[in-house]
Design a binder for this molecule. Structure first.
Ligand code: FAD
Length: 374
């Protein structure tokens, strides 16, 4: 078994697998270490929205970074399909961010000022979606906030990376990382590996490596539950979004309803109260969901930082250890842009300075009560 690599990536979720793909394309010799199976944790739980506009709370940093990633998906879809044969279900139709009150409409003003967002009056929405709630006053229509199938993206990246020579180690947990001269020894449940660079990309579980690497940072798990329903009689073209909840149409006629937000919860099992609240919320958007058949339900843990921005960049004292974690609600959306940034750090290419500053691990974060280290 080969045990020496240019880069070892810890974590086989969408972030780790996208990084492996972008590095392997540059002919780097990469290994991904995954405790369980590829894409089975937060990535497998995600609804798959690429919400550069609908999730935007910051036009200065989040929006341009998210837009870059969203646009990169067009190329990713083609490349992955050609290399691996996997269809990531990059599904057109866009998203309707619903408003029920004038104050909700006003809160959309910032994104409505963008050329990529249009206001639809209630009558326009009703024409598009006859079953929509009669209580809406309108919606922001965002054509570019499309969806993908997260597990297919993750498998597409990992399979394509393998075709470029990446080694994938599933059921391999990284226990510790040790400096060994100019390289690192990565101690795992399947033995010791050596690498010139280590990328910590194991989602909410990255916190354990922060401590080991002398950092005080913490990630908070934010549990999210989803369910999937189907019906022969109801079909939906657009994603519906309101107040952090969504109804996402899939290619096979299924709808995914998501997602709850339970802060500081490590348990990954969905609860009855979670499912109940999802159904209640979905009914306020599309009352006819009540008649749909329940297919399945699941949960996952979003990795949240104090300021809700991811950590992307090198360790403050060691540029050969990099972090790509803490993507909270938007890891699917931000995976390609994150992977390109990590590639450019390793290849020492130029990176937008405002992104380096915004995502570096030793930034200061303003909280409601104080300024602290993220
Ligand atoms: C219900 C829900 C809905 C969501 N919807 C969306 C959405 O619509 N759009 C969007 O952009 N984002 C969404 N997200 C957020 C998104 O899923 C996450 O931000 C993203 O999946 C994080 O990816 P990751 O690779 O960092 O983490 P994960 O997918 O959790 O991957 C981390 C991997 O590391 C592995 N690991 C852990 N410790 C070790 C170790 N020591 N050694 C080796 N491997 C290890 C784990 O087994 C896991 O596979 C949603 C999340 C949830 C929970």
């Amino acid at each position: 078994m080969k045990n020496k690599f240019d880069v070892v990536v810890i974590g086989g979720g969408i972030i780790g697998c996208s990084i492996a793909y972008y590095l392997a394309k540059e002919k780097l010799n990469v290994a991904v270490m995954e405790s369980q199976q590829i894409g089975n944790k937060a990535t497998g739980a995600a609804a798959g929205m690429l919400g550069a506009h609908s999730e935007c709370n910051d036009l200065e940093i989040f929006y341009p970074f998210a837009r870059d990633s969203q646009k990169t998906y067009i190329q990713v879809q083609e490349e992955i399909k050609e290399l691996s044969g996997i269809d990531i279900e990059h599904r057109k139709g866009g998203l309707l961010k619903l408003a029920y009150t004038e104050s909700e409409k006003r809160s959309l003003n910032e994104i409505l000022a963008l050329p990529t967002v249009k206001w639809y009056r209630a009558e326009d929405v009703k024409k598009e979606i006859p079953g929509i709630s009669p209580d809406i006053i309108g919606a922001a229509y965002i054509e570019d906030d499309v969806t993908v199938l997260p597990t297919s993206v993750c498998h597409g990246f990992s399979r394509s990376a393998q075709l470029f020579g990446t080694s994938l180690f599933e059921f391999t947990t990284v226990i510790s990382i040790q400096k060994n001269g100019s390289s690192y020894l990565i101690n795992t449940t399947k033995g010791i590996f050596e690498a010139n660079y280590v990328v910590v990309a194991n989602g909410v579980w990255s916190s354990s490596f922060f401590k080991e690497l002398g950092l005080e940072h913490q990630l908070t798990p934010v549990k999210g539950e989803c369910l999937s329903v189907y019906s022969e009689n109801i079909s939906l073209k657009h994603t519906l979004f309101h107040d952090h909840s969504c109804i996402v149409p899939r290619n096979n006629g299924r709808l995914v309803i998501g997602a709850t937000q339970i802060v500081n919860e490590w348990n990954e099992k969905p609860t009855l109260s979670g499912v109940e609240s999802l159904i209640a919320k979905a009914k306020t958007m599309l009352p006819a969901v009540t008649d749909m058949k329940l297919e399945s339900f699941w949960a996952g843990l979003r990795p949240q930082t104090v300021d809700q921005r991811p950590f992307i960049g090198p360790h403050p004292n060691d540029e050969n250890i990099l972090f790509a974690t803490g993507h909270y609600r938007n890891g699917i959306l931000l995976a390609p842009a994150t992977a390109k940034m990590i590639r450019d750090f390793i290849l020492k290419k130029e990176i937008r300075k405002d992104w380096v500053e915004a995502f570096k691990i030793n930034r200061s974060c303003g909280t409601s009560t104080s300024v602290t280290t993220c």
